[in-house]
Each structure stands twice: as structure tokens, then as C-alpha cells.
Unconditional design. Sequence first.
Length: 432
Amino acid sequence: MSSPRKSKLGTMCSAVGCKGCIAKKNWKANPKSVLCNKHFITGKPSSDAEHPDYVPSIFASMKNKGSSSSVNRYNRQVKRREVWNAPLTEIENELPVLKLDTKEVDCQTDLNFEEINEMEKCTRDKLCEHKHSQNEIFNNAKAFNFYTKIQNVAFFTALLNLVLSGWKPLTNTSLEYSEQLLLVFMKLRLGLLHEDLAFRFKISKSAASSIFKEWVRRLAEVLKKHIRVPSKQQYRRRVPAKFLKENWSRVTTLIDCSEIFIDRAFNLDARALTFSQYKSHNTVKFLIACTPLGKVSFVSKLFGGRTSDKQIIQLSEFLEQIRPGDVIFADRGFPVKDLVAERGASLVLPASTKGKKQLSSAEVINSRKVSRLRVHIERCIGRLKTFRILKSLWPISFVNNKTSEETCIGDDVIFVIAALCNIFKGRLIRQM
């Protein structure tokens, strides 16, 4: 756009409405149009494309006109740009120089070669001491039985080989496989805390927990064949003398429930489901069945302590293993005669005074016989609880499972202990 030119009348401008306008009413801007200095904020055009006066901005027909603030903003931007583009040496010259007095001091953590060797020797000694303590357990039959409930190391070695056949633990640890299995048995036998096991085996608490859970699940998988219902021929060949004496030779199974204390859950529903009125504590409950000889033939999954014995019978798989003609001994807390009868079997309970003033002499005699024989299921449970983990307070992590079909670590613990009791072949009833 051309610069304004002067005439006799003053500055000539092509903008409509401006004093000295030379344009017509319907004027349109063209390359030959001229503008006066009144249309620029600073009074003159600028060649900088970012300057507000690069284009004229003040016209009578415009509502939003250019202002001096936009020019000030442009000037500040130019100053900032000058600072950014200035050489580094110029900026450093303007900054004050800070001087610090420094002193050289010898480092107190410097280690010489002898000290490093001494530390390595101390570490080796501790590892040797740990290995020595583990070897003492393996070499002492009495100590080995105390820590593991296993009579000899040969059985331990055979079980270790069976567990490791086609399987490898995933836990990253410095312990050998035999030491990992020893850790598991010490946890089962003595109910030791993971902190205690971590201290004994010189590993972390998380590693001890991971080893225990991983190996228990594998043991449950390997030992599942050792909990089964004997055939009727096996029952008839090995009827205990006490059952023959009491005329109960047809008894095949004795059942009862047992409870284990657990920590109180944070979830209110879980807390209510696990609270046992009988124990006045939060517990988990499981059903166990054994043969007249005391061998475990069935172990259910864990249920909340609030669950009744009848509900456990219905929810577990126990009814599925009942065969026609079976005779089952139970306590008064199992009112499931109708469910057992549907399977062609019979349930024998001690006589109850419910709805009666007193029992007849025949009922008293029969109840005494049943109680004398039914005590062997309690002995079976007592043998299971020689593994003291069943007497300890379980954490919630032992009874948590992601789905209703998935077993929790507590289910595997009880199953492994029951299978081990069967393998040890300790009879509860002597042949007399």
C-alpha cells in the first residue's frame, strides 16, 4: 500500500471517513490506495510482521481498534528475544560469582583389600553355619521327626523325587530343593510364622511365603491318590475287632467337622460368614470322613464357621461317594438321614431326648455303643492336628480364593496333612 502523499489541502488519504479523504463513497482498497499516519498506532507502519503496525488497524468503521497495549506487549517480547539470543559470556559477566571454601577430607568408607576379604569370609562362614544347622536336622533322626513328622530321611528323599518329577519350582531363592521341602514341613508340623522361617533359612519373608504356597499346591496334586474310599472287599477283610464286638461290622464311614481359627476379615460379610457361635471366634470349617481303621477317606473344602454341619454335607461332594448299603456314624449335629437314605445308605446317630422326657434303656445302651465307636473320628482329627499349623491362627490369605471353584491354600494344607497321615499308616484302632 502506498504511503500518503501531500497536496495543497494537506495529507491525502484514501480511507472513507478520514479527514482529507479523496476516495469515493463505494471505494475499495487497491495497490494504489494511500493511508495517512492516523491509521497506525505509533503513527507509522512497521516492517516487522509481528508488530501491531505491520498493517493499519485504526479505522472509523471498525469497532475493535488497535491500542498502545499491543505495542507495549510487542516491545516486551522483543526484549525477551534479545536476552535469549544474547551470548552466554555476556550473561555470565552480569551474574555475581559465588566462591565457596572447600577442604579435602578422607572418606571414612574406604575399604582396603584385607577388610573386603574379611567381609567375604564372614559371609561364607554364615552360609556354612546355615548349611551345618540344616545338616544337623537331616542327620538326627529324632530332630528330623520333630521338625517334619517323618520317621526317616529315606521317605523324605523319595517324596522329594516324586514332587520334582515333571515339575520345577518358580520361586527365585538360594535354597536347595531339599531345604525348600524342609521349610514346608516345618511350617506344617510346627505352625511357624513366615518371619521365623525366613530367619531360620536366611531368606526374605516373601520368599518363605512363596515357597510354602508353591510347594503345598504341588504336594496336594501329587498326594491326591492317597485319599480315597476303599472298596467293600477291603472293608470286609479289615473290620476292627471293636466294631465286630459291638455288632457294627457293616460300618464303613465315620464323619465329623472340625474348625480352625482365622484372623478377623475386614469385609463385614466375610466376618459374619466366618464367625462361629460354638467357638466364639472367626473360624473356617471342614468335613472329614474316615474308615473304621482310622484312614481318611474324604476331606471337604473349607467353609465359613457359621455354616452348619448339614449345609456342609449338602455343599460338599461327600454325598456323591456314598454307596448303597453303607453305614455311616455321625454326631447329633448331622440331621441328614433323608439325604443319606436317598443314596441307599443309613446314618447312625446317638439317641436324642428331643421331644422325649428321657431315653429308653435300649436307646441308652445303643447310644453308648455308637459313642464308643464314634470317638475314633475324633482321634483321627486329633492325629491331623499333630501338625500344629491346624492349631495356629490362620491369616486371611490362607482362605482367600478368586473363584468358588478354585481351592485356597488352606484347602491344600488340610488335604496334604490328611494324605500324609494315611501314608504314615498309623492305625488308630488295634486289632484285638
